[in-house]
Design a binder for this molecule. Structure first.
Ligand SMILES: Cc1ncc(COP(=O)(O)O)c(C=O)c1O
Length: 495
């Protein structure tokens, strides 16, 4: 056991990528050009990019070596077999079918299993999963356990599914209309919170009783396994790989985005034991992605994923990853900014609805806060709330269950001082929460509207002059100098 307590990055930097400072005025202009949608910004205009942890991580020397080894044969590439074996080492399914990313896997699987009248229960569908389910005419139903719905409750497994609600839904709709149950690990859209092995086992038992397959949406499987090791009785002495294999053994199949815990910039896969389903997936894959031995990926991408999987279950890596994310979450919490607690594995979620109670959900408090973090400090996060989930398939708009801003941490990319800068800016913005205004959508695409919608800020009105009760402004205003010796953003927010 190491006697030193300072958390250090478990790597040294091998090559660097400069980041660019802009002025507040430049950022104002960039925001207007992008229609106040942070997805529309040019990456070069972002100082700290916390938009996503998907495909944005740094690769290791061994991964780059794998890139050199990539076998680009059109069929039967050696890189495919290395990829397949690395996947099977953790997820020993019979069939492993590469795809270019997670949503390609979802399109194929839900395209085959979905259809009008079908219903897919989940702890929470990620937005692309929901979109692919709904595209087939099926219904995606989120059954998050009650403890996951309270952003402040310190429960160890807030990503769990509500097993009673799952059973009730299947009884109500009929097992023959439920093609599979989807367990998202960790639960990205609900705070990046983990699912316990006990809950996975419970979901498995319900599925087995009803003859319904269980699928994992396993994008952050390694972080989920780390939380099980840390928090669930009986798992402290088990290796992370072993825990992952136990998770896999409870499932009948999986869709995967290797851009997260595959530690790669691109990639994904479908895996399952069902021969007939695999055959149908391969047939569709050949139409949309390519042959089943490359599935939309080049040989070098397959190599990067194969090596990435081995590194993703490394416990030094996972300890640093989870603890540095918690450092950001804990500092914001201490400063009085309402965050989803406990902190998840890959991101900190600010509860924008609690921070900005003067902005109603249909004026998008999450979007207003995300825009303010970029405007003041060049930090790009993402709204996860009413913009993302508010538009229903029938065209109506309803408030999402929560309005969050997600600050997702790319893997092995930013250091502790980058995170301290984010803390400083977020505290400065939090201290001025009452001055933020809501937004209005000017135009939006028909599906996944958050990627392409254009917004404009609403004019200030009397409501926004009331200071939110949830947030102690004096404490927040003091915190930049407490969290960093160089309080330059507080003094000069134009950075
Ligand atoms: C839980 C989850 N599932 C699926 C996806 C989709 O994966 P991709 O972005 O590779 O298409 C994501 C992406 O963020 C995700 O977080």
């Amino acid at each position: 056991m190491n006697r030193w307590t300072t958390l250090i990055e478990p790597f040294r930097i091998h090559s660097i990528e400069p980041i660019r400072t802009t002025t507040r005025q430049q950022r104002e202009h960039s925001l207007e050009e992008a229609g106040f949608n942070l997805f529309g910004l040019r990456a070069r205009d972002v100082l700290i990019d916390l938009l996503t942890d998907s495909g944005t991580g740094a690769m290791s020397t061994e991964q780059w070596a794998g890139v050199q080894r990539g076998d680009e044969s059109y069929a039967g590439s050696e890189s495919f077999y290395r990829f397949r074996d690395a996947v099977r080492e953790l997820f020993p399914f019979e069939h492993v079918i590469p795809t270019h990313q997670g949503r390609a896997a979802e399109k194929i699987v839900f395209g085959i299993l979905g259809g009008t009248g079908k219903v897919f229960p989940s702890n929470t569908h990620f937005d692309t999963t929901r979109a692919h389910v709904e595209l087939t005419g099926a219904e995606a139903v989120d059954l998050l356990a009650p403890e996951g719905r309270d952003p402040g409750e310190l429960h160890p497994f807030k990503g769990n599914i509500d097993l009673d609600a799952l059973e009730a839904l299947i009884a109500r709709r009929g097992a023959d209309r439920v093609p599979c149950v989807v367990m998202t690990v960790t639960n990205n859209s609900s705070g990046g919170q983990p699912v316990s092995m006990e809950n996975l086992r419970g979901a498995r038992a319900v599925c087995e009783r009803q003859g319904i397959p269980l699928f994992l949406d396993a994008a952050r499987f390694a972080e989920n396994a780390w939380f099980i090791k840390q928090r669930e009785p009986g798992y402290g002495d088990r290796s992370v790989s072993d825990i992952v294999r136990e998770m896999a053994a409870l499932a009948d199949g999986m869709t995967m985005s290797a851009k997260k815990d595959g530690l790669a910039n691109m990639g994904g896969w479908i895996a399952c034991d069902d021969d007939a389903l695999a055959e149908r997936c391969r047939a569709l894959l050949t139409l949309t992605e390519g042959l089943p031995t490359y599935g939309g990926l080049s040989g070098r991408d397959l190599e990067a994923v194969a090596q990435g999987l081995a590194e993703a279950v490394d416990e030094d890596y996972l300890r640093h990853r989870v603890q540095s994310t918690a450092h950001l979450g804990d500092a914001l919490h201490t400063a009085g900014i309402p965050v989803f607690r406990p902190t998840g594995g890959h991101a900190v979620y600010i509860d924008a609805r609690a921070l900005l109670p003067h902005i109603p959900p249909l004026e998008y408090p999450g979007q207003a806060l995300a825009v303010a973090l970029y405007l003041e400090g060049g930090i790009r996060g993402v709204e996860i709330g009413t913009v993302m989930f508010g538009r229903r398939p029938d065209g109506s708009e309803v408030p999402a269950a929560m309005d969050l801003v997600r600050l997702a941490i790319p893997r092995r990319t930013y250091t502790r001082s980058h995170l301290d800068y984010v803390i400083e800016v977020a505290c400065w913005v939090g201290g001025r929460a009452a001055e933020l205004r809501g937004m209005r959508i000017v135009s939006e695409p028909p599906v996944l509207r958050h990627f392409g919608a254009r917004f404009e800020p609403l004019p200030t009105d009397a409501r926004s002059l009331t200071l939110p009760a949830a947030c102690d402004a004096r404490r927040l205003r003091r915190s930049p100098s407490e969290t960093s010796a160089q309080s330059s953003v507080a003094a000069n927010p134009s950075r």
